[in-house]
Every structure is written in C-alpha cells, then in structure tokens.
Design a binder for this molecule. Sequence first.
Ligand code: CUA
Length: 324
Amino acid sequence: MRRFLGVAAGSTLLAAIVAPSALAQFAPVAPESTNAEGIRDSWLFVSIFVFGIFVLVEGLLVAFIIRYRRRGRPRFEDGAPVHGATRLELMWTAFPVVVLFLIGAFVFIELPGIKDVPEAAAGEERLEIKVVGRQFYWQYEYPNGVIAIDQMRAPEGVPVSLEVTAPDTDVIHSWWIPALGGKIDAIPGIRNETWFRAEAEGTYSGQCAELCGLEHAQMLASVEVMSSEEFDAWLEQRRAEQDAGSGELAKEEWEGVCAKCHGMNGEGGIGPRIAGSPTLTDPEALAVLVRNGRRTMPAVGSGWTDEQIAELADYLTENPPSGS
Ligand code: CUA
C-alpha cells in the first residue's frame, strides 16, 4: 500500500512541476476587465481541484495496474474478499462534499462581480451600447444613434453596459470578447445584459460563440478601447458622417454583412457572385433585397434605416466590387 501511495505522490509532484507552463496554454486569455478577472479566478480555483483529482485518480490507476498485475497466477483465480473499510469510505464521501462546497462558495462569491453592472458612483461616466447579433454580423447602436458593425469602440475605464439581443427573424448568437468578460447569448426577442470596464487601451477580439449557420466562423467581433477623449471625438465624428451620409458605416456594412457570404470583391462564396449586379447600386432594389432576404439569403437588413441602405448603395456605386 505504501508503495502505490509513493507512486501516486511522486506523479503528483512531477505534475505540479510541469503544470504551471502546461496549464498556461489552457488558461483563459489575460483579463482586461474586472468581470473577466472574476471568470479567470473561478476557472483557476476549479482547475486546482480538477487537476489534483485527475493526477490522484490516474496515479492510483497506474499504481494499481502495476501492483496487481497477474504475475503468472491462474487466469480465473479470485482475490481475497474484502469487506468494509470504514475510514476509507468516510474519506471518499467527505472529500467530494468539501470540494463541492468550496467550489460552490467561491463561485457564489465571485458571481455578482461577474454578472452585475457596478453601481454608478455620483457623476461617474457611463455608456450603454445595444449589441444585436445577426446572421452573420454584430450591429452596435450607441446612445446618440451611431451605428457600427463588427468593430465596437469603447472608452477606457468607463463601465459599458451592453444590451445583447437579436431580431425576431434571426437565430441565437452569443457575444463573447474573452478579455472583457463572459459570453452572453443574443436571443431573438430577449434582452440580455452584460458589461465591461476595459482597463487598458487596445483592441480585444472575440467571436460569436453559438453555432448560427454556415458563416458562424466569420462572425468575428472586436472592441477597440481608446481614451475617453478619443472615444468622444470618434462618436461625434461618426454622428456627423452618418448625418452627411458618408463615412465608414457603408464600408463596414459591405465587409461585415455582404462580403462574408458573397466574397470581398463580390466574386461569390457561400452566396452567389454579385459583382456587376444592378441591384447593388439601386437603393430601392437593394432595400427590398436586404430587408426581406431572398431564397436562402437571410433578411440581413431587416430593421435597417433608409440611411443605412442609401449609404451602402452610394458606397457600392463609388467602389463597385471587382468580381475577382
Ligand atoms: Cu452568430 Cu455564430
């Protein structure tokens, strides 16, 4: 008995030495928001038990295989019958209870910090962004009516609460920027809430985390975090551009909404080739198509404003897709 415990302890020790570097490969990305920290800490806490139990069980398994191998005994010989081992039985009952209690307690302590948007301090800046998941893009709606696709901008150090949803005609998607917190489903007709407060400037990338159709893998998202002043300037400029019917939005619509299925140059992909189609530059025909879809094409632009469609038609008139 002492010998297998020795083997088990030895392999535990070896694993503990190898573990930190090996474990790092599986660890969540470095958190950049307090709610993401809570998720990472819970992951690490649970991992300690998962890893320890894995090593203990596998170590004992290997030790028992070696110790109790047949060694030339007759094939059908039974071992000595063993009845009762009260101490061992109590141990393997109490130990899991304690482990589950510790994990449960830790997660319940962390959960409010992950889930709940922190209470606003007096005079503290706040931002609310509506996040709409659609086949196969993310649309963001800022409080001043600015619309953006796939790439979100946000100010550093400001709590940003997100209202995550999907149109009734769409399917379930899932918003997930790992460095900025956990994923939350975008469900047609339901408003889910999450939040983040980015601690450093930079671009954090993520991905739709719910299989939502053929182009699910293309449904990337990112959050570019900038200083508060830069963000305010960007938001104002975007508002002015949108009023003037020019600017980045149309390009984001083409690349984020059309090109994922029809190819960057309209050369065709899972959707047909559209380069050269007169519909692209005719706002009325384009409106009917993107608002209603056609055959297997989803209604990608249902709920789009007339400006959104007009901008796209203008953009495609000025930058006709080359087709190759
Ligand atoms: Cu949207 Cu996967």
